[in-house]
Design a protein around this ligand. Structure first.
Ligand SMILES: [Zn+2]
Length: 256
């Protein structure tokens, strides 16, 4: 049966390989996180999810090249904690970054069976690159550690709750500033990438209500200030019906 399935990226017939959604390099780097208190907050980590619809040529070729780029960003930038009230300059290659963000979103979407249609439109761009699609925008938000309310002198609790999770999820902002748009989040430690896919090209002004700062496609650097702490961010997640749903689904998958 598997021999009749087609690669989700190049649409050629298999053989198809089973892969983790998150690159092995990122899973290896994210290891060793102290999860004692934090475990409860790490509900959105989908590191164990696998997909089995990508051919070896795509996986070992262009897709692993994108993974290498994100591991490089991890080592040079994401791994350094975001400090409260201290600006940071994010250095990026927009095309490669966007291709990788769309890849992890597309992979997660197929495993969760949501947003597959809209994200599959970008399979070609993810594989081959080229002119970045103008109806896809990326906002970057820096999230800093929060003081742990459960901590007291002499307690075993961590003094701070660090921004130390990796996440990829579909989200809905409470205000829903862009009707018809698809909003996805990819978070790597303190770096929260909000990806907006609109039905057609939108005025940048319409993106004002989104968290973070728009990453200019024609630039390579963006200086920005951390906006929220982990606890504030988590409070928003709890109020977000779709995030709560993804939390329940992930818990159910883990219980199986
Ligand atoms: Zn392929």
């Amino acid at each position: 049966m598997n021999s009749t399935r087609l690669c989700a990226y190049c649409a050629k017939e298999g053989p198809l390989t089973r892969e983790h959604i998150w690159p092995g390099g990122i899973i290896a780097r994210a290891k060793g996180i102290n999860t004692s208190y934090f475990g409860r907050l790490e509900k959105f980590i989908d590191a164990e999810l696998t997909i089995k619809d990508v051919c070896a040529d795509c996986n070992n070729g262009p897709l692993s090249g994108l993974d290498a780029y994100i591991c490089h960003l991890f080592d040079t930038q994401f791994c350094h904690p975001v400090a409260c009230r201290k600006s940071r300059t994010f250095v990026y290659d927009y095309e490669r970054l966007l291709r990788w963000l769309l890849k992890i979103s597309f992979n997660t979407a197929r495993a969760n069976d949501s947003d597959v249609g809209v994200l599959s439109n970008y399979a070609g761009f993810i594989l081959e690159g080229g002119e970045p699609p103008s109806e896809v925008r990326v906002c970057l938000e820096l999230i800093h550690a929060s003081p742990n309310p459960k901590w007291s002198p002499g307690s075993n609790a961590m003094k701070e709750i660090p921004a130390a999770s990796i996440r990829c999820a579909r989200v809905e902002t409470p205000a829903d500033p862009l009707p018809g748009a698809t909003l996805r989040l990819v978070a790597l430690y303190g770096f929260y990438f909000w990806i907006v896919l609109t039905p057609a090209e939108v005025d940048i002004a319409a993106l004002q209500g989104l968290p973070g700062k728009l990453l200019p496609p024609n630039k390579t650097k963006l200086s920005l200030h951390p906006s929220r702490g982990m606890l504030e961010l988590h409070a928003d997640w709890v109020r977000n019906p779709r995030a709560s749903q993804s939390m329940r689904e992930l818990r159910a998958r883990r219980a199986r």
